[in-house]
Design a protein around this ligand. Structure first.
Ligand SMILES: Cc1cc2nc3c(=O)[nH]c(=O)nc-3n(C[C@H](O)[C@H](O)[C@H](O)COP(=O)(O)OP(=O)(O)OC[C@H]3O[C@@H](n4cnc5c(N)ncnc54)[C@H](O)[C@@H]3O)c2cc1C
Length: 309
């Protein structure tokens, strides 16, 4: 039988492919793909590879930070620098079918030697997240590399002023994207608006401080705390990531601007429009309208300036 070979695309062009997976429908290749992948390749390959759980730290009642050892302890995880990294994790066991659960995660500390981290929100009825919350330290979880272009691994567009708006564990995606934008040096300014519950539940605080220190006033991080005790002495933004916060901390909707928004679904729906339960398929540049949808549209951002990661 002859194998069908996809025709070559002219360089910089993209193809839209919908992937229907058990946990959602994902568009593949919605942005132009870079012709030259760069940065160290991911240590994980297409084959499932076991990695030991080295440490588990609870940040609050629902979020856990897990550190895993790497197959090559003398090298970092890698993952290149054009895309937001993503790994597939496999573990646990479905009592009905005996099959292990497989879910995608965005790794942190991909440049640290010998280990990497996952920030995981643990759901009450979550299959793999609950396994991750309970598996003994020292046990192994299996990982696979996810090739660029799958899931929401957006190729990050170039703009002078780049902003990220995120909350909770979605900081991992925003951090990785912001770090890559800064490393590639195209944007003159990167702003990150990050919603957490309290100062204690701010994830990746050390990584954010180090990134800000390395890039000076090119990176501006604004924390917005929704449940910080009134008497804590916190002088920053309080409440939800709302219209006022966006107006105060995002670049104005003029010139070369792009605003990336990443999960949870409620935040994304409010800022970019949309609706429905559960993780929605990632959308970028909703078609058919010039004005973006949701709060960002109301604030005057063009649909080409808003991207849901
Ligand atoms: C590209 C990509 C990267 C991701 N990176 C991360 C990451 O770094 N950290 C992280 O924690 N997650 C991440 N996720 C989500 C992750 O893949 C799982 O979907 C999540 O851990 C839940 O899996 P589960 O098996 O525990 O829950 P499931 O068994 O799949 O779901 C069981 C129940 O959990 C609840 N639930 C599951 N997901 C959600 C949700 N999003 N919102 C509300 N309720 C939900 C619902 O009640 C659902 O019925 C990422 C997803 C994608 C697509």
């Amino acid at each position: 039988m002859r194998r069908r070979v996809a025709p070559e695309l002219p360089s910089g062009k993209s193809r839209l492919v919908k992937l229907k997976l058990p946990w959602g429908v994902f568009s593949k290749g919605t942005h132009p793909l870079p012709t030259q992948p760069s940065g160290p390749a991911c240590q994980f390959t297409e084959a499932w590879t076991p990695a030991p759980l080295l440490e588990r730290v609870w940040v609050d009642a629902e979020v856990v930070v897990l550190t895993f050892g790497l197959p090559d302890p003398s090298a970092p995880l890698g993952c290149g620098d054009a895309y937001i990294p993503c790994v597939l994790a496999r573990g646990g066991r479905d009592p009905a079918t005996g099959a292990a659960f497989v879910r995608p995660y965005t790794p942190m500390a991909t440049t640290g030697v010998g280990s990497f981290r996952l920030n995981v929100r643990v759901y009450e009825a979550g299959k793999l997240s609950r396994h991750l919350a309970e598996m003994p330290v020292g046990d192994f979880l299996e990982f696979r590399h996810v090739p660029p272009g799958h899931y929401a691994q957006r190729f990050l567009a170039a703009a002078d002023d780049v902003a990220f708006v995120c909350a909770g564990t979605a900081i991992t995606t925003a951090f990785q994207a912001a770090e890559r934008v800064l490393r590639r040096g195209r944007a003159t300014r990167v702003r990150l608006v990050y919603g957490s519950r309290t100062t204690a539940s701010i994830l990746n605080k050390g990584d954010l401080d180090a990134l800000a220190a390395a890039h000076g006033d090119k990176l501006v991080v604004t924390h917005v705390l929704s449940r910080e005790p009134a008497d804590s002495g916190w002088r920053g933004e309080r409440g939800r990531v709302d219209r006022g916060v966006l107006k105060r901390h995002l670049p104005p909707p003029r010139g070369s601007v792009i605003v990336y928004v990443c999960g949870p679904a409620g935040l994304c729906d409010a800022l970019c429009g949309g609706g429905g339960d559960g993780p929605p398929p990632p959308r970028c540049f909703p078609s058919g309208r010039r004005k973006a949808r949701g709060l960002l549209g109301d604030l005057g951002y063009d649909r080409r300036a808003v991207c849901r990661l």
